[in-house]
Design a protein. Structure first.
Length: 78
């Protein structure tokens, strides 16, 4: 299994401001799937994450959000 990954920089509009976000492709894919499941636009989801973060940068907040989302949806390992 290869651990090589590509960081992709994309622009997203948050509250009318264009901002650049650099994330690994795997996190972009996870974020897009979450948006699809929630029937929410990617920019809206990023805006929600941005508004709820307490500290740290937006890219880190998105990574943690995606990780926690999928951890929460994993079958219980009782």
């Amino acid at each position: 299994m290869s651990l090589a990954t590509t960081v992709i920089k994309r622009s997203v509009v948050i509250d009318g401001r264009k901002t650049s976000i650099s994330l690994e492709d795997e996190f972009w894919e996870g974020l897009k799937r979450i948006g699809e499941e929630r029937q929410s636009r990617l920019s809206r989801l990023v805006q929600e994450i941005d508004g709820s973060r307490e500290r740290g940068n937006l890219c880190s907040a998105i990574r943690v959000y995606v990780l926690r989302y999928y951890q929460k949806h994993l079958p219980s390992q009782g």
